[in-house]
Design a protein around this ligand. Sequence first.
Ligand SMILES: C[S@@+](CC[C@H](N)C(=O)[O-])C[C@H]1O[C@@H](n2cnc3c(N)ncnc32)[C@H](O)[C@@H]1O
Length: 460
Amino acid sequence: MTTSDKGEAAGLVGRSLNEAMHFHAMGDLDRAEKQYVQVLSKEYRTTDILPLLASVVAKRGDAEAAIYYWDKLLAIDPRHLTGYLEKANLLRGMGKTAEAITCYEIARTIAPENPLIRNNLAVTMAEFGRKDDALQEFNHVLRLQPGNINAYHQMRRLSTSIVPFWHVAMMNDVSRNDAFEAAILKAIEMRGKDAQILDIGSGSGLLSMMAARAGATNVVTCESVPVIARMAEAIVADNGYSEQVKVVSKPSTGLSVGKELSAKAEILVSEILSSDLLAEHVLSTFEDAQSRLLTDDAIVIPQRAAAIGCLVSSQTLTDYSHVKTVSGFNVQRFNGLAPMALPIHGTMSDWTRLSDDFEITSVDLTRKTFEAELRQVAIPVTTSGTVVGVVQWMHVDLLDDITFANHPDDYHDGGWLQILHPFPEPIAVEAGSSLNLLVGHDKKSLIVLPGPQKRAASKN
Ligand SMILES: C[S@@+](CC[C@H](N)C(=O)[O-])C[C@H]1O[C@@H](n2cnc3c(N)ncnc32)[C@H](O)[C@@H]1O
């Protein structure tokens, strides 16, 4: 080709490009695409044409084709930030979240201080369930843009979904805290300040700091939720106990002696009792700790936990847990999906007790292993009424005579709520009779159900 031929060809391609851009601007995407493809085939300004072509095909809804063109561009220019960003956005739109994250992560390595990339990465990680990574990304966005309200809101939304609502109220629960501190002090008195202490479930690091304040030199605490573990580490440092307390960001099942723990622990302290006693997996956690992490004669705090309850009647709680007719429709069948345990504020809910307090179940937490339990009990009815279920709370023996309870008569504003265990159907009862219940646990949750009522029908 002569020089003048080449010039003519370049002029033609340039005109095609102008036309393509004109069609593009007019929204005539099909013709724009055709023209861009033609220009591209002449290998003319390829790195300028590929983003335009990707944008046209993306606009007409062909994400796959757009990605194809972005990939072509990235093969030529592997540090093309917009290429990664746009490709990631397309992948995210297609629901290919994991691949989108990989793309944003590459973009992050190219421009680590770009808030848009970090924000998009955070949002996508959150969508993918990588909440802790997302939190750290939003944190970074806020460091770059302290006034970014959206990032701030997303961070709060995420941490709220990770950290349970009761955590702060629990930390402010003075009677709980004092009881635990008394037991910790006693255990240190018994085993000495150099005893290896294991605190399962750091939270804020409170129980470990109590031990350190009492002079304990060798405290290891583990926390399964990374954002809480990071917080505990910072709080322990704020209070000057980093030398004595090692915070490990792992579930207790991930600890081993010789690694995180220099020796088997002589004292275990752990407050992982949920309002319904077992839902935080206290039994499997203690079983595992007993089998691997504790000396044979380790002191275990708490030593025993019991679920106590009474029969109750209450229109409020019935409406909270049962349904019959709604807007003229019979929706009673939905009771089959109603919750089996409902947190309630015992002092704020309006309910009447129909029996004295009785023990639902209790667990000896010093045991090496635990078995599920189910037994039938006959509960004497003290007041006639309709039983909606059992309101339940806890009585905890921490060490020796140090105890703690969240009895609804005199416990409020603490971290624990009381729990309503609704019956499948409310049951009418008469004072002087007794009601048969099946009570126990399956190691993870309490069982509180009405039993066969034949014998209960006869009055005492
Ligand atoms: C009820 S809070 C108590 C926090 C703190 N010990 C206190 O008393 O204030 C329990 C904490 O233990 C953590 N946790 C529960 N089971 C755990 C386990 N097996 N290993 C590590 N952390 C655990 C939870 O994420 C939660 O932060």
